[in-house]
Design a protein around this ligand. Structure first.
Ligand SMILES: C[S@@+](CC[C@H](N)C(=O)[O-])C[C@H]1O[C@@H](n2cnc3c(N)ncnc32)[C@H](O)[C@@H]1O
Length: 353
């Protein structure tokens, strides 16, 4: 007969999930471990998708055409990201040229710095906001630089990683800070902004037509419990718009904008103070360029594009620029097919006298 044991009984171990649809972001995309899946990156790209953990640079040929990098020149890439544009500049600035780079995302900047070093390039990279452009140029290139470039917004790596909280597609903490040193997360702002401030932000920053109803929904939801997860906010938006997730899924045509897309955009802009930093860049850039210097800015929503357009037009009138792009430059259908994130991109350029 078996004697009862004094040993504490171990709870049964939870069985490993054996389904076909892994739940963790890290397990879901084979391209995050390309060493285990040879050829996976090329396969994903061939299907017109951006491999998770990577970022496909947008309008590269057009950016190179307007900035015309030449050997020996000094360029600033204000938003290094995955380094897609930076590496193209670096290839053309050699020999003798220099790239000064900024990114607010330290982890990303470090990984990109390592990748660029492996490719034989050593740009001067700054973990910092491009609003500090003038100071960095005064220190590193007091004679001025030949070009300033910025590709605004978030990278695919930031957007795809649920832990960053940028995406309405996956559940994650409502963070949305590009720079971890920023004090307030999206959850903090949702807790402390008034209903009116939320409503105004949704209308002004993202043209959300249901801004009042969503702001009211946020106020009601937070009176019961702090909104801390992306999917809690998505639920509030669906409820405010009077549809269920299932109705949306059944009814949405393939490319329709997700009901929560504008709410997430407005919050991201608020959390990272994106319009104020862009204004500062537009104000300081002409003073950082040397004679004949070029600036090219890639934006992804109408509020940003309006600021760039007006700043360049004003600059032309004031003689800060001698020429500006006559119209906005957009991605070709072919580029959009292979990289859908290019569809909202708008490029404008200006040249200093
Ligand atoms: C669209 S991605 C740039 C992608 C890059 N051009 C490439 O091809 O890989 C934008 C990057 O800019 C950074 N960023 C956004 N706002 C910034 C700011 N105000 N100052 C510095 N970096 C910023 C983000 O962290 C992100 O890595």
């Amino acid at each position: 007969m078996t004697q009862p044991s004094d040993e504490p009984t171990q709870p049964p171990r939870r069985r490993r999930y054996a389904g076909k649809n892994p739940r963790r972001f890290q397990d879901r995309y084979k391209e995050l471990a390309p060493e285990n899946h040879p050829g996976i990156i090329e396969h994903v790209r061939a299907r017109g998708r951006t491999p998770a953990g990577a970022h496909v640079p947008i309008l590269v040929a057009e950016v190179l055409a307007c900035l015309a990098p030449r050997a020996g020149e000094t360029f600033v890439d204000c938003t290094v990201g995955f380094g897609g544009h930076a590496i193209e500049f670096l290839r053309r600035l050699a020999p003798g040229g220099r790239l000064i780079g900024f990114d607010v995302d330290q982890a990303q900047l470090q990984r990109t710095g390592e990748r660029l070093a492996e490719a034989g390039f050593t740009p001067s990279l700054h973990h910092g906001n491009f609003a500090g452009l003038a100071k960095a140029v005064a220190r590193e290139a007091p004679e001025g630089v030949d070009a300033v470039f910025a590709d605004l917004g978030v990278s695919s790596m930031q957007l795809d990683d649920p832990a960053r909280g940028f995406s309405y597609k996956e559940d994650g903490p409502l963070d949305m800070r590009m720079d971890a040193r920023r004090k307030d997360t999206a959850a903090d702002l949702l807790a402390k902004l008034s209903g009116e401030e939320l409503s105004d932000a949704l209308r002004d920053l993202a043209d959300e037509e249901d801004h009042e109803r969503i702001a009211r929904g946020i106020e009601q939801a937070r009176s019961r419990k702090r909104l801390g997860r992306t999917q809690e906010l998505v639920d509030v938006v669906f409820a405010a718009k009077g549809i269920t997730r299932k109705q949306w899924k059944d009814r949405a045509p393939g490319k329709a904008l997700h009901p929560a897309a504008r709410t997430f955009l407005a919050l991201r802009i608020l959390v990272n103070d994106e319009l104020a930093t862009l204004r500062e860049l537009l104000r300081s850039a002409p003073w950082c360029l040397r004679a004949g210097g070029r600036i090219a800015l890639l934006t992804f929503h109408s509020g940003e594009d309006r600021l760039v357009k007006h700043a360049f037009e004003e600059g032309l009138l004031q003689g800060l620029y001698r020429e500006i792009s006559p119209e906005v430059i957009r991605a070709t259908n072919e580029e959009i097919r292979s990289n859908p994130r290019a569809s909202s991109a708008k490029l404008r350029w200006a040249i200093k006298p």
